[in-house]
Design a protein around this ligand. Structure first.
Ligand code: NAD
Length: 365
């Protein structure tokens, strides 16, 4: 396998966590006899400072010519006074829309060892493993017309959907997991949701092995906190998914743990869900696990290397089981825990994945 990856590390802790994730990817690809061709380009604040724009043309061209883009994070306090279209985040929105991915995959899972970091009781979250599949380019965020008529004191947005491709992607992902799909809508009130539900039911006929349920979004907000273990793939339109996936972040307990992928467009875009965390940048305090797990998603969804992706995920679990933590994960009673810096945590995961892959290749030999 030959993977051409563009890395846009961005700002703040972006370069710190991306660096660790890339080193894990390099290790895993080399061990499997695969080639990883890396290219690095600027995006966000660093690009504003150096190139005068948050998304330089050569970054976009390199992104469109790659198999996948790995984005760290963008943003910094020094850019906060700029107008929205000149800020680092404008670079992020521009690359997302140029790459055209419409299916945003966001896992929310519990690590037994991190239960103390979650506001939910461990007996509720233990074993929870949800994959949100959120439609990303439609709904209220993009629908026209939209306007704020200040003179009239009136504003409106439009929620509009055509029959959506994201639905088929969600079913095929459910087929590769625990074969359960929960579609979220508000079909008791919204015509858009009625179309959504009818389309989901129609597409479900192509996936008879996937068990389908429907939930209204308001009830779902409650079920996710009461019984997160009951859900496997959760399929939503844009706004509902934005809210529910953030809500479910509490299951994992730290922003620094969560990866994401945006697929279905010209080139897949992968990013940890956290921002550039200027408060801890440059101090070696950033948790690189969200970025490392983002690397696992690249292997799964772009490179088709499922065993290698799973090996990275198992390594993260093993490192946590052995009591290693970054500062954000070492809350409360830290007895028996070893607190590591960003690079030390990266090295621990690398060392563990190397051992795991060596064992599995011996078993196969
Ligand atoms: P943030 O995610 O950067 O940080 C929120 C809190 O979580 C901070 O206390 C931070 O220290 C902590 N945190 C985040 N990631 C961590 C990690 N890997 N390890 C340990 N702790 C971590 O969100 P924010 O503070 O609201 O935003 C900071 C900047 O990031 C802003 O400029 C914002 O616009 C930008 N941002 C970018 C993205 C992106 O690039 N995708 C996403 C969100 C925010």
């Amino acid at each position: 396998m030959n993977l051409k990856l563009l890395v846009t590390a961005g700002d703040g802790i972006g370069p710190e966590v991306t660096n660790e994730a890339v080193k894990v990817l390099e290790e895993v690809m080399a061990l499997g006899g695969h080639t990883l061709a890396l290219e690095h380009k600027r995006i966000g604040g660093i690009a504003i400072t150096t190139d005068g724009t948050p998304l330089p043309a050569d970054t976009l061209a390199a992104a469109l010519a790659s198999d996948a883009v790995f984005l760290g994070a963008v943003g910094g306090n020094e850019f906060n006074a700029l107008p929205p279209d000149k800020r680092p985040e404008a670079g992020l929105l521009a690359i997302r829309s140029a790459l055209g991915g419409f299916a945003n995959l966001r896992p929310a899972f519990a690590f037994k060892e991190l239960a103390v970091n979650s506001p939910l009781r461990s007996e509720i979250i233990d074993g929870a493993d949800i994959l949100f599949v959120r439609e990303l380019l439609g709904g209220l965020y993009f629908g026209q017309p939209r306007q704020w008529d200040k003179a009239k004191g009136e504003a409106w947005n439009t929620m509009r959907y055509t029959r959506d491709q994201v639905i088929r992607i969600a079913f095929s992902l459910a087929q590769k997991r625990r074969k359960k799909l929960c579609s979220v809508d508000k079909a008791n009130v919204l015509e858009v949701s009625q179309l959504w539900r009818a389309t989901v039911i129609e597409v479900a006929a192509e996936f008879p092995d996937v068990q389908l349920e429907h939930q209204y979004v308001d009830a779902m907000a409650m079920h996710l906190m009461n019984r997160p273990r009951d859900f496997d793939v959760v399929l939503t339109e844009n706004l509902f998914g934005d809210i529910l996936s953030d809500e479910s972040g509490v299951i994992t307990g730290s922003l620094g743990m969560l990866p994401s992928a945006t697929i279905g467009g010209k080139v897949n875009l992968y990013e940890p869900i956290h921002g550039s965390a200027p408060d801890i940048a440059g101090k070696g305090l950033a948790n690189p696990i969200g970025a490392i797990l983002t690397g696992a998603l690249i292997l799964r969804h772009t490179a088709g290397l499922e065993a290698e992706a799973a090996a990275i995920e198992s390594s993260v679990r093993k490192v946590l089981e052995r009591g290693f933590r970054t500062t954000d994960l070492a809350r409360g009673n830290t007895q028996g825990l070893t607190v590591l810096s960003t690079t030390e945590m990266g090295a621990k995961v690398r060392e563990t994945v190397k051992q795991l892959l060596a064992v599995s290749s011996q078993l196969l030999a």
